[in-house]
Design a protein around this ligand. Structure first.
Ligand code: SP5
Ligand code: ZN
Length: 346
């Protein structure tokens, strides 16, 4: 059998490498930025070839993000330079009490208004990288919709699942998985997002929280212990028309494959009950045992089990890359995951 790279279309654009922040605020110090461009390069090495990303423009992005946020993201680094600053733009003050529509002229105010952490700097290359990362996800969904591909892989980077309709955070700027899901829903599909990054996909949850349109299911580290702390608790189930269309399955630090697969079973039951006909898989490789910022204990070979369980749903799936910071292990992890899907591709 040929390797999975021959069966599964991979979407990536070199402009996704432009974004290279120097540092993030971590445990009270500036520390080396964990979400490196090399993450994508090392995964790319696993594939003999990848497909060009098609430019679908702003329309799919604006289904998941507000126009004022998109405008902010495009212009923020330029405004930072015009304010006399150098290096990467980052906020330091956030509106918490009585958020309201203020006219915000200062770049620092705008950075605070449109972000929720200090780990997500904006560089000169951020807009271009986030834009092409989102387009990679849209292209992966388009290949499912137009070519009836059973599985496609968007090598998204920067990741997206922490970015909400009008905020960035957690190394994320544009929510590629949400944009891809909204694109599929726009084409009349019944869509679910399964988020299996170590961290809760708060941005994705927020974007669809009050919409009955897209089911959001997430397996992640208990936010009582881990970032993003304020989202991902089991009692968040959706609101209004979205009631019952958000499902959070928090797991303790130290989780290994057996307990993980039990959670995945619950997730799969919900995806089937939704009568899903297109699945977006937000895939984080930071559940890996040697991930430097995370605390689950999955081994490389375990990802093939995750892949085959999800493939057994027999629902066309666009996989969107999220986190994963054990750089040298990323190629093996992604290959293991895709090998679980592979038999279906034939
Ligand atoms: C997409 C994703 O996985 N985002 C994760 C964001 C987690 N941010 C909080 C943890 C910060 C750890 N910083 C480590 C810096 C190492 N130099
Ligand atoms: Zn993560």
């Amino acid at each position: 059998m040929p390797p999975p790279s021959l069966a599964i279309p991979v979407f990536f654009d070199a402009r996704q490498l432009d974004h290279q922040p120097a540092v993030e605020l971590h445990n009270g110090n500036w520390s080396d930025y964990a979400e490196k461009a090399a993450r994508a390069e090392i995964i790319l090495q696993q594939f003999a070839a990848h497909r060009p990303v098609r430019d679908h423009g702003l329309e799919p992005i604006l289904r998941a993000h507000s126009p004022d946020y998109v405008e902010f993201l495009r212009s923020a680094h330029q405004a930072w330079l015009e304010a006399g600053r150098s290096g990467d733009a980052i906020g330091y003050t956030w509106p918490v009490i009585r958020r309201r529509d203020l006219r915000l002229d200062r770049i620092d105010a705008r950075l605070g208004r449109y972000s929720f952490d200090a780990a997500t700097p904006i560089t000169a290359g951020t807009w271009s990288s986030a834009y092409w990362s989102a387009q990679a996800a849209v292209s992966a969904v388009a290949a499912v919709l137009e070519e009836a591909q059973p599985v496609t892989f968007a090598l998204c980077r920067p990741p997206g699942h922490h970015a909400g309709r009008d905020y960035l955070g957690g190394y994320c700027y544009l929510n590629s998985a949400a944009i891809a899901a909204a694109e599929a829903a726009h084409h009349g599909r019944r869509v679910a997002i399964l988020d299996i990054d170590y961290h809760h996909g708060n941005g994705t949850q927020d974007i669809f929280l009050d919409s009955g349109e897209v089911l959001f299911v997430s397996i992640h580290a208990d936010p009582a212990m881990d970032y993003p702390f304020f989202w991902g608790h089991a009692d968040e189930r959706g609101i209004g028309a979205g009631k019952g269309k958000t499902l959070n399955i928090p797991l303790p630090r130290g989780t290994q494959i057996d307990a993980y697969l039990e959670a995945l079973e619950i997730a799969c039951t919900a995806i089937v009950a939704h009568r899903t006909d297109l699945l977006v898989l937000s895939f984080g490789a930071d559940t890996f045992e040697d991930d430097p910022i995370s605390y689950f204990e999955l081994r490389e070979e375990d990802y093939a089990l995750l892949g085959s369980r999800i493939a057994a749903l027999a629902i066309p799936t666009a996989i969107v890359m999220e986190g994963g910071y054990a750089i040298d292990a990323l190629g093996g992890i992604v290959t293991s995951l895709l090998s679980g899907f592979y038999p279906r591709g034939m």
